[in-house]
Design a protein around this ligand. Sequence first.
Ligand code: NQM
Length: 360
Amino acid sequence: MSGPAEIRCMLMRGGTSKGAYFLADDLPTEATARDELLLRVMGSPDPRQIDGLGGAHPLTSKVAVVSPSADPEADVDYLFLQVAVDKAEVSDRQNCGNLLAGVGPFAVERGLVAAGSSETSVRIRMVNSGDFATATFPTPDGRVDYSGDTRISGVPGSAAAVVIEFPPRVGELLPTGNVRDTAGGIEVTCVDNGMPTVLIPAEALDVTGEEDLDDLESNRQLGARLNEIRLVAGQLMGLGDVTDTTVPKLTLLSPPRHGGAVSTRTFIPARVHTSIGVLGAASVAAGLRIEGSVAHGIAALPEEGDRLRIEHPSGFTDIESSIDHAPEGGPKARRTAVVRTARKIIDGTVFPVPPTGGRS
Ligand code: NQM
């Protein structure tokens, strides 16, 4: 397999993640050839990704593939691909709400969507899950303006707000059909509001849920317990054998310490997230609102309003979340909304490592 020797590419920060954005037309259409090329673009497999664009962490080894949408409900299609750092693997099994923040601006920059005179809304179909989102961001004078005064935890400085709205979700919030399940000997709640997530009370695993990332990642006993829970939960959630997949994520929950609704530490699934994913936060928020869930009793829910503050290792994510308790069937996500920021870092041409560049 060879693929193109140079490809048009935009490197962007989307929320608290960073990734390479491509037009689908600029990549091979066949998935195996595309993925093999993307490994060479990102410099994987290599723990430092020294020969590619990847940032040596799952949160900075991401790819967005964008194309015009054939769906009348959407302007563009967004396919998210997670490029493993030290394995030759590219996965479309999960979505990414952080890179989603860059998709609208990228679509305008590449001429897929015409910019409005002050702001632009782009309707996005997320190919990985079939869900939809609308992203609205400033375009004064018909150009994307990334500067602004919105701050998000985990990103230094400020930038223009990208407001992301998710319409009601068709899928089940409780994919196992239960409010609680037993996995690895403890009670958990398996929830999916865009990101399959297993909610776990931290104290059930003898941790406080406030530990720093290194302590959690180096705790082998905890890692083994979490892996056991994940494999069982994956089966219960209908995801099959999740040994080699990045979903479900695991979120340890503990009472809030800083005035929010809950404190979190999220395993994605081996490394600990430096903050929390957007759809990860959406899934936690929905789980907090489901009566009887393991999260409900831990949460400090505001008396009114949709907004929930999810505390995480680098601060907090405010997310608006409401759910419907249908008379029949399980609870459904009615509405989710979040504010992110994004920034164009480089627009240019990437030169992937040649296939003969030492990799087998
Ligand atoms: O949950 C990382 C990220 C994510 C996912 C991960 C995300 C989301 O923060 O919407 O954005 O959970 O692997 O980029």
